[in-house]
Design a protein. Structure first.
Length: 58
């Protein structure tokens, strides 16, 4: 469960960083925020696959 919370926190951090980048017109922060969100979404998808496999095993 801890990994899921960390992944969600990373997504929220990315959203915040992108929003600050948008507000300040800082392209680097915009890009970093989008990258963090994408990385987080991949991790969340992997967690869902793990949960599905675990459900099939049980």
């Amino acid at each position: 469960m801890n990994d899921k919370m960390e992944n969600k926190a990373e997504e929220l951090k990315g959203r915040a960083k992108e929003a600050v980048g948008d507000a300040t017109d800082n392209e680097q922060w915009q890009a970093e925020g989008k990258a963090e969100q994408g990385k987080s979404h991949l991790k969340q998808a992997a967690d869902k696959v793990k949960d599905a496999v675990k459900g099939v095993k049980d």
